[in-house]
Design a protein. Sequence first.
Length: 488
Amino acid sequence: MSVDHTRAPVLEALVDYRRRGRLSFTPPGHKQARGADPAVREVLGDGVFLGDVLAAGGLDDRLTRGRVLERAEKLMADAVHAEHTFFTTCGSSLSVKAAMLSVAGPHEKLLVGRDAHKSVVSGLVLAGIEPVWVEPRWDAERHLAHPPAPEDFARAFAAHPDAKGALVTSPTPYGACADLRGIAQVCHGRGLPLIVDEAWGAHLPFHPDLPSWAMDAGADICVTSIHKMGSGLEQGSVFHVQGDLVPPQLLKNRSDLLGTTSPSVLIYAGLDGWRRQMALGGRELMAGALELAAEVRGAIEEIDGLHVNDRDDFCGAGLADDFDPLPTIIDTSGIGVTGYRAADWLREHREVEMHLVDHRRIGAQITHGDDRETTGELLAALKELARIAPDLRDAPGVDVPSPAELRLEQVALPRDAFFGPAEDVPVAEATGRIAAEMITPYPPGIPAVLPGERLTEPVLRYLRTGLGAGMYLPDPGDPELETVRVVK
């Protein structure tokens, strides 16, 4: 196929669908907005419904002879230097599970960085894969985890030579990046594949001043969320594959096990349009975003009491290998306010939404969609936050354990603990018991407790005090954490 990045097959097929005035007697039942509730049409606009057609038997014919999606995926692969790309409308939470299932199966081992997202843990539960946890690089001073290093994976492979491959998260939601090239070499020296959960790295291929991205670093499978740092719609995700360690058709088959048979063409269109946007002008867009982020970082650093974590904070011996400056991580400990309290105040009083929030930080994600008007509002809000901070210091604190105390012992397979006999016990009686559920501070979505881990008092105290301070825990059965689900 000749490569022409001015084309957008999905968008072009939608234009053709409308031009022809096709009359559909298929789902979706709103029939091109005609049957949609008027109040919904007023809020969403008819464009949403006009773009909501069947992928097969609508956007393309019933046998997909127009190869609309296939052509869009090939263009995406070319744009980011991958050999094969697959679109999914179920988010990277599905993509990473499909990647895991293509490398390891039930009761087989997979090396996984313990700073993995909860979707990875869900994949372990569903597949029955046995995780071999590779410890992150802990920054005890900042209470922050960075990706494991190549030597950490090498030691884990030496201890578990029957492992089928490895999975690492890079960048983290904080912008910390792993030495992907080194980790890939460790895996390939054993003839094994590397999966990179690069959900936060959609923008990385498009500017040389950004960290190296997974395909260029030699990874075999890379999972990317286009909706996070790109211009796609929510749930728009792609997974890329290269080399001969993971056959593309096998990866597609594993994805079919989990994916929907009713994909959203709207999300496909967002993926297709973003690829065209970045292939034609991505370097310029990223250059502008990097320049803007540098200005914002400098301005925040001048606000008394606020500190922006930078390369010197995150990179170095025993820490991260590289650093993405666009997720602007602001330490609020200098104004005596938790990230939870700061984020709540910014939303309530300045209509400013922060993304990443933890016990001492808030994250302001800068993308190519920002400009000096949006960042000006952010800076004004942060200045006011610092000024009124003394009024916010009465909020409860969070008892954060040391890295050693935060790490729990895995004593049962996540799948066995999750699906086996379980009971709910008062949190005061849960110490020493084996967890049968995940407990995940969100964002960033890295579980503090996994099914099959033995609970300890410091971790339970951390979660209880965090909940009292404003931490969001979406997954435990008891949202107040008065009880914990444990293996019976």
